[in-house]
Write a new protein. Structure first.
Length: 403
């Protein structure tokens, strides 16, 4: 038991250092997790002084720090999940349980009742945190890096169940006849409670560190895969998505249409109204295109004023209707700002995947159709099947080599 009393604070200190090292990562909940670890570590030290320090320190203050640390950790999990903790209720709960600890030490000295009320609050916090984490993942179906959230949720639910069992057994012992400190729990279960109690915070902290790591990785992935100006897929991300959709279309025998869009006379917009106006036009078009495409469609910026839209499971006629709708809305759009009012139009070329065709050939035909649209006066949509001269331009590097 002495080894456990020494090992647990050491393990807690290690977790504390890990969380402290992540304090600048701008992830919600990190500050609360660090403060929770500090409070619980201090409470374990005070519990270890029982018999050598006053009960005000080793019982009352120790339990108060334990409750405050548990509440901080719970609040951190909620903030990480995008929720605001209700601190008013938390403080009322901590005050009520602390009052019970004081009453069952200085009024009726009953260890079981103290354990029952403290463990009940810890159980409520842990179980609710686990449920919040599971609900958040169900709402975010399809997201990567969910394993760490499920592991943290499982850990919270496990320790919440342990706290609940301990609270019920302690309450049962308090209500039974016998000495106030007697326990009805089997000796093995009692030892298990003593081991798992101090282990809860380090185990939960380790899970949160993994969640922080996954969130930081996801941020890096998002930065690499997203065009910083328009919020569309970056060129590299669009390449990867095009290759994936092409392989799926080939494997399942599905349609796949590629639409390449170019904003007309974009250099004139920059020269006349300034580059800020050009940036706003690009952002406006990206928002407009997103409103007219399906969730399964993929919009990417290939570079400059050129965009590509990947339309899986969609044939040429349906894709053309989408392209025409985007073109008409863009022609009617007016972008206002301190630079004045800017109107813009676009030209687009589309091609639908043919049997035996590679991705580079599909991109080249869409590119050739875009060229024909520009040659015939701009502000129009041309399909590859409409072009008389099907000689493609150089295939775009965004999708080249993925055939």
């Amino acid at each position: 038991m002495l080894a456990i009393q020494i090992a647990m604070p050491v393990l807690g200190a290690m977790m504390l250092v890990m969380v402290w090292s992540l304090r600048r990562c701008d992830v919600p909940g990190v500050r609360q997790w660090w403060q929770g670890n500090v409070a619980v570590a201090m409470s374990l030290l005070l519990f270890g002084l029982r018999g050598h320090a006053s009960d005000l320190l080793s019982v009352i203050t120790a339990n108060l720090l334990l409750l405050w640390g548990s509440a901080q950790f719970y609040a951190g999990l909620l903030r990480f999940s995008g929720r605001r903790p209700d601190w008013r209720r938390l403080w009322w709960a901590i005050a009520a349980v602390t009052a019970g600890v004081v009453a069952w030490r200085y009024g009726r000295d009953d260890f079981n009742l103290r354990v029952a009320c403290v463990s009940a609050l810890q159980a409520a916090l842990s179980l609710h945190a686990g449920i919040v984490l599971l609900r958040r993942d169900r709402e975010a179906v399809g997201q990567r890096h969910a394993a760490s959230r499920y592991a943290t949720a499982a850990c919270a639910l496990f320790f919440g169940t342990v706290y609940l069992l301990r609270s019920l057994l302690s309450a049962q012992a308090a209500l039974a006849d016998g000495a106030p400190g007697d326990s009805l729990a089997p000796a093995g279960l009692h030892i298990g409670f003593l081991l798992l109690g101090p282990l809860a915070m380090p185990a939960m902290t380790l899970c949160t560190v993994v969640m922080i790591h996954d969130r930081l990785v996801r941020r890096l992935e998002d930065a690499a895969n997203t065009d910083f100006l328009t919020g569309t897929l970056s060129r590299q991300a669009f390449e990867s998505e095009a290759a994936r959709q092409f392989a799926a279309a080939r494997r399942q025998g599905l349609s796949l249409t590629l639409l390449i869009v170019d904003i007309d006379h974009f250099k004139h917009v920059n020269d006349r109204f300034g580059h800020h106006a050009g940036d706003v036009v690009l952002q406006r078009f990206a928002r407009l295109a997103r409103t007219q495409t399906r969730p399964a469609d993929r919009l990417g910026r290939l570079g400059g004023e050129e965009f590509a839209i990947l339309l899986p499971e969609l044939g040429g006629n349906a894709a053309r209707r989408i392209a025409e709708r985007i073109r008409v809305l863009a022609a009617a759009d007016r972008v206002d700002g301190n630079f004045g009012t800017v109107g813009y139009t676009l030209s687009a070329g589309l091609a639908t995947l043919r049997p035996g065709e590679g991705l580079a050939e599909l991109a080249a035909r869409a590119d050739a159709a875009l060229y024909q649209a520009k040659q015939h006066g701009r502000n129009r949509v041309r399909a590859a099947e409409d072009t008389v001269d099907a000689t493609p331009l150089l295939a775009r590097a965004a999708v080249a080599g993925a055939a």
